[in-house]
Write a protein that binds this ligand. Structure first.
Ligand code: ZN
Length: 609
């Protein structure tokens, strides 16, 4: 076995948000070893240029300084080395998100993609990492470490030595250090932990009691016979803040960011919307441990961390995960049927409200995620569809279609289990593995015996609305879409900045767009009266579709006048109602929704405690 690369990371200056990293390379290339830092982090499809926060890269070899030359935006070359080399550099860490690194006197967090230089050509070498405590920081004696990197000398939750079999593994294990709260539970014999950073009075016991059945249901979903999880341990690394939301998946952990008020406090009962959102996020990232971390699109095998890795399949990897995250809240008994239908209706309303769904397919949205979905601007709602939200609805449509055509004997669950078998559990790792761009319809056919290629083409590669009303009716669920309000609309989204009411987006084809108004315009007066968000709403409520309004607005510093013909609001507010059903439909509903499918409203979430 080759000698390990040894990384040391020290929160050298928490107040200045600075980590110092050293890297020992036992056998650097004698002709000029190059080192690089990823430009993006898997799971978040945007080039983030982590190298912009790396500074003062120095190197020594055989007791002498070695030159370090920057040769690309994220790559350095060492001068000739005769023996092992030691590289030292600093990383500025002040990004409070799940995607990068953050350090201050209250805690430290990092993803390896932000802090660990890659030794080009030596990606397969084992890595060791010494995680050091901050020197001379008051209160740091109470700091612990949370990560699923295997220990190599460190005590449980202690500073010290950890290891990884290669670079890819090293950077797939985020690390938290600080005085976090820690909850524990076990699923399928595998220890699970949740570490919570940030001031909270969270009810850890309840949190564990609610996460546990969600995790259990997912393990049993992918491995109904053996009920074996694909990891030895799992960690929910959670940072609670005043305002924030996000999650990033890893192979045996996840980094989550949430509002502290979304977490259940001691003595709280019932399921708040915020807590349901948090459990949905945790469920989403846990599902990814199978679906995208192990079952991967071919484009991600291996990840190319230097550049974009486009694939048209994010609607499968993110959309299906978004479908199953809430579905598992229902199957685990956290959601009642009414809770689940409300969440589903919200997703449907969000998709229907965006005119971009008629211009972009979820397959194209996936491919262009790097430059469109992750880089949204004022025009995005007109031209982009979310491969998360519409992808989840495509999953719903496929699931219900398979159930309908197979008489309830097959479902999307079978497709997921076949994907797991073919591309996850039994897959031989290595380049070229992973779901090919055109392989999905074949997988569906193999799992269900049904040829759904025409449906997949229309729903994922086309832009027509999905036939959800009919499919849901088969489950005894009525879909009603109506306007959010009876008042007519201008066809704009607004933003109130101080006293100014700005146009955030002018919807393509809407009354404002047709009259010539644009995103960025500042509304001054409507029919001669000064407007803000509230008065504009009141004014619209007094009008009818077809009536004309005189709008004054500033574009840049020029006053302009527009005549807008009001239109009726579109029917984009969806509600779903469960009808009473016969035995056969009831059985179908239970097979689809698990515990939520068989019970009436009320109760199950209250059992937590
Ligand atoms: Zn996701």
């Amino acid at each position: 076995m080759s000698e390990a690369l040894v990384y040391r990371i020290c929160p050298i200056d928490p107040g200045g948000h600075c980590f110092r990293v050293t890297l020992e390379i036992p056998e650097p290339s004698p002709t000029g070893q190059t080192l690089s830092l990823p430009t993006w982090i898997p799971g978040s499809y945007l080039i983030r240029e982590f190298a912009r926060h790396v500074l003062r890269v120095r190197a020594r070899s055989g007791g002498r300084a070695v030159t370090v030359t920057k040769i690309e935006k994220n790559r350095w070359r060492l001068g000739a080395c005769r023996a092992s080399a030691v590289i030292e550099y600093e990383v500025y860490a002040w990004d409070l998100s799940v995607r990068a690194a953050h350090l201050d006197p209250t805690h430290g967090f990092f993803n390896g993609t932000s802090v660990f230089l890659r030794v080009d050509g030596q990606h397969e070498r084992p890595c060791e990492v010494e995680i050091e405590a901050p020197p001379a920081l008051t209160g740091a004696s109470a700091w612990r470490v949370a990560t699923t990197l295997p220990r190599a000398g460190a005590r449980p939750h202690g500073f010290g030595r950890y290891r990884a079999v290669d670079y890819d593994t090293l950077v797939d294990h985020p690390v938290e250090m600080g005085s976090f709260a820690l909850g524990r539970f076990e699923v399928a014999g595998v220890p699970h932990e949740i570490a919570i950073t940030g001031q909270t009075d969270v009810d850890l016991e309840r949190l564990c009691a609610d996460l546990s059945p969600i995790c259990e249901a997912q393990v049993a979903f992918f491995e109904p016979r053996s009920k074996r999880a694909p990891f030895d341990r799992y960690l929910f690394l959670t940072t609670a803040v005043g305002e924030g939301y996000g999650g990033l998946e890893h192979r045996d952990s996840t980094a989550l960011l949430c509002n502290r008020n979304d977490l259940p406090y001691r003595g709280q009962t019932g399921l708040t919307e915020g807590y349901a959102r948090f459990l949905g996020l945790a469920s989403h990232e846990y599902f990814h441990a199978w679906h995208v971390k192990r079952i991967r699109p071919q484009a991600f095998v291996p990840y190319d961390l230097d550049r974009e890795n486009p694939t048209r399949l994010l609607w499968i990897f993110e959309g299906f995960t978004s479908y199953y995250d809430d579905l598992f809240l229902a199957r685990a008994g956290i959601f009642t049927l009414e809770d689940y239908l409300k969440a589903l209706a919200r997703t449907m309303s969000a998709v229907l409200a965006g005119p971009g769904r008629l211009k972009q397919s979820v397959a194209d949205s996936s491919f262009d995620a790097w430059i469109k979905y992750y880089r949204q601007d004022e025009h995005s709602p007109n031209v982009i569809v979310s491969y998360y939200a519409k992808g989840a609805l495509v999953a719903l449509a496929l699931d219900l279609e398979i159930r309908r055509l197979s008489g309830g004997t097959r479902s999307l669950d079978d497709v997921m289990r076949l994907l797991w078998q073919e591309y996850g559990r039994d897959a031989i790792p290595g380049p070229g593995r992973g779901l090919a761009e055109d392989a999905f319809p074949g997988i569906v056919q193999q799992a269900s015996g049904l040829d759904l290629s025409a449906q997949i083409r229309a729903w994922a590669y086309g832009t027509r609305d999905l036939p959800l009303a009919g499919l849901l009716a088969g489950m005894g669920i009525e879909l009603i879409a109506r306007p959010g309000s009876p008042a007519p609309v201008l066809g704009i989204a607004t933003v109130q900045r101080g006293a100014e009411l700005g146009v955030r987006t002018a919807y393509t084809g809407g009354p404002a767009h047709q009259a010539g108004l644009s995103a960025g315009d500042v509304l001054v007066a409507v029919d001669g009266l000064k407007v803000d968000e509230k008065t504009l709403k009141a004014l619209l409520e007094r009008h009818r579709p077809g009536q004309r309004l005189r709008v004054h607005a500033f574009r840049r510093d020029e006053l302009m006048e527009f005549e807008v013909v009001l239109a009726a609001a579109q029917a984009s507010e969806v509600s779903l109602k469960a009808q009473s059903v016969d035995r056969a439909t009831g059985a179908g509903r239970r097979s689809w929704l698990g515990r939520a499918g068989g019970l009436r409203a009320g109760s199950q979430s209250q059992k937590a405690r």
